[in-house]
Design a protein around this ligand. Structure first.
Ligand code: GRF
Length: 193
């Protein structure tokens, strides 16, 4: 993958809508010596996203965009990404669906983390659906984003065993802990391709 910018690390933007625990783990990873990435920008559709606090604490540039007019928000985001020479977007709990046009303009350079073993359980309420179906395992997936929801090429997955007494809460917690390890590993993988 040729992503050369003249910078020693690849400049990435992380998109969040909520807690930002994946953002936190990506920031931690970005500070390690082996990390190929530098987080230059944090974008959110939600001014109240808890995860935005990490931007303040870690002094990373953050921008909030109002998706009431999604087309306009995306146009502004694209400008911001260009301005900041962003090469890769990591969606991390970003709860807006990006348009085909947006995805096309960043083709092959948008990653997402999803709390299921895709192609199983695309979309929302993954843990509840896995429990309802008496699955023995669930997990998480990092994949490339295409205009088809949660359907792009899989980069890495991590499997988690479901126990009899698991609830959506306990399962979400176990999977989230795996997500925090998986996203950095997926980035290492794509940059070594
Ligand atoms: C994670 O479970 C992620 O897989 C999903 O949204 C959740 C975000 O969690 N897409 P956080 O905001 O990173 O804590």
């Amino acid at each position: 993958m040729d992503l050369s910018t003249g910078y020693s690390k690849f400049r990435i933007a992380v998109f969040i809508s909520g807690n930002g625990s994946n953002l936190k783990s990506l920031i931690k990873f970005s500070k390690t010596k082996k990390s190929p990435i530098f987080i230059s920008l944090i974008i959110s559709n939600n001014a109240k996203a808890k995860g935005l606090n990490f931007a303040n604490i870690c002094k990373i540039k953050k921008k909030v965009f109002n998706f009431a007019n999604a087309k306009l928000a995306e146009k502004k985001i694209l400008l911001e990404l260009k301005k900041n020479k962003i090469k890769i977007i990591c969606l991390a709990g970003f709860m807006k669906i990006l348009s085909k046009t947006f995805i096309k303009s960043f083709k092959g350079k948008i990653l997402n983390i999803h709390p299921s073993l895709l192609p199983k359980y695309k979309g929302l309420n993954t843990h509840q659906r896995a429990l309802n179906n008496n699955e023995k395992y669930s997990g998480c997936t990092v994949h490339f984003v295409t205009s088809k929801l949660d359907s792009g090429k899989i980069i890495l997955q991590s499997k988690v065993k479901i126990n009899k007494n698991d609830t959506t809460k306990t399962l979400a917690k176990k999977i989230l802990a795996q997500e925090h390890k998986l996203y950095p590993r997926a980035l290492m993988k794509i940059f070594s391709l």
